[in-house]
Ligand binder design. Structure first.
Ligand code: NAD
Ligand code: UFG
Length: 368
């Protein structure tokens, strides 16, 4: 099993991915600056596997799964260089990187575009420079369906136009271009391309990641007022918020509310494990894949499913449409299934059950 660097591994998706990768027997080194997460998430992940979170990386010499934490910023070359050098000195070079570290709030990106470009683009650039210097050329990158903007057709295939409508999406699109350039695939839009420069890269475009680990011990813990539907709904259910605003009931959808492709975070994590396995076993290539379920759920359907899972009523009121929203975004995930042999296994009801179990056990997230 491989030694992996997981940037942003303490975050929502990263922590669930660490769980799945430990299950597969990998050794993990997490780099996180905790700008949007807590080390408690990783302590709990380690605990789920009967491990302790190593703060002194040198202590681990075994060949079983392990998880170490380095607190630092992905934009700092020195931190990255030390990390790759140290791994090599300990006899286990970093074989691959999963790059979650980044900022993700659409509205905040409009307010702070320079910060978003710096963390998302410059962070990725520094990481790629360090990887090249230290001879590590395998990378899984967290991209986003947000780069499709307002889609012209649903379900959305990887060949759909890239037309981001906010700085967050633009920064993800820019990193995708940078990765194509690094792989030697500039200007080619084929989602499966060989890399003449010897890189193995997967650009994974997530749809709407939600839900939580089935143990209820790790889950999404947004700072302040949630921007996204799911954490808002579960916070209303648990009594932290009074009511949900439904942004528009006049969309051209089956019940007038927005439709999204919600993907259980454990399915998403398993998609990363499959992508890593495919990259490590295959020739140098650049993959670009949608990770979604292919199923759409409306806002009202999410409310109903969460009411059923929690046994609580979720008060809501209809509010105006939110600027920048699309009526429907649903993935065509068929290419990911062909290339990775992966598809989602969990339903909307599973998402609501696990998301509710997390929220109920941790009403104030990791600070409880
Ligand atoms: P998250 O905020 O929970 O996790 C991101 C992690 O990166 C956090 O632990 C944060 O502390 C860390 N981080 C941020 N800046 C850093 C820096 N400069 N150096 C080191 N660590 C840093 O977000 P998430 O939902 O887990 O998302 C993970 C990735 O997936 C992000 O790149 C995000 O843009 C992308 N993504 C998320 C969604 C979503 O809806 N959650 C959808 C599509 C894509
Ligand atoms: N919604 C409400 N009320 C709320 C929040 C959301 O009605 O309080 C509605 C939205 O209008 C939309 C749906 O719920 O119809 C989903 O909204 P989210 O904010 O949960 O998700 P988005 O699809 O807008 O965006 C999310 C992330 C992006 C990411 C995108 C695709 O915020 O970063 O999924 O992956 F890029």
């Amino acid at each position: 099993m491989a030694q992996l660097l997981i940037t942003g591994g303490a975050g929502f998706i990263g922590s669930h991915c660490c769980d799945v990768l430990l299950e597969a027997g990998h050794q993990l080194v997490v780099l996180d600056d905790f700008s949007n997460s807590s080390a408690i998430a990783l302590e709990r992940v380690a605990d789920l596997h009967g491990l302790s979170l190593q703060r002194q990386w040198a202590e681990h010499h075994g060949s079983g799964s392990s998880i170490s934490l380095i607190e630092g910023d992905v934009r700092e070359r020195q931190t990255l260089d030390q990390l790759f050098t140290r791994a090599k000195a300990l006899g286990r070079s970093i074989e691959a990187v999963i790059h979650f570290a980044g900022l993700k709030a659409v509205g905040e990106s409009v307010q702070q575009p320079l910060r978003y470009w710096d963390v998302n683009l410059v962070g990725s650039q520094r990481l790629l420079e360090a990887m090249e210097t230290h001879g590590c050329r395998t990378l899984v990158f967290s991209s986003s369906a947000t780069l499709y903007g307002t889609p012209e057709q649903v379900p959305i295939a990887e060949s759909a136009p890239i037309q981001p409508i906010n700085p967050y999406g633009a920064s993800k699109a820019a990193v995708e271009t940078l990765l194509a350039d690094v792989a030697g695939c500039s200007g080619c839009s084929d989602p499966v391309q060989s890399s003449p420069k010897g890189w193995r890269i997967a650009r994974l475009r997530y749809f709407n990641p939600v839900g939580a680990h089935p143990s209820g011990r790790i889950g999404e813990d947004p700072n302040g007022l949630p921007n996204n539907l799911f954490p808002f709904v579960t916070q209303v259910a648990v009594g932290r918020r009074e009511a949900l605003q439904v942004f528009g009931d006049d969309w051209p959808t089956r019940d007038g509310t927005g439709v999204r492709d919600y993907i259980h975070v454990m399915d998403l994590a398993e998609g990363h494990r499959a992508a890593l396995k495919t990259l490590l076993a295959g020739p140098p290539q650049l993959l670009t894949l949608n990770l979604g379920s292919g199923q759409g759920a409306s806002v009202l359907e999410v409310i109903q499913a969460t009411e059923a899972a929690s046994g609580r009523s979720i008060p809501y009121r209809i509010a105006p449409r939110r600027p920048g929203d699309a009526a429907i975004t649903v993935a065509d995930p068929s290419l990911a299934e062909r290339v990775l042999g992966w598809r989602t296994q969990r339903t909307l009801n599973d998402i609501c059950r696990d998301g509710w179990a997390w929220q109920k056990a941790n009403p104030h997230g990791f600070s409880t």
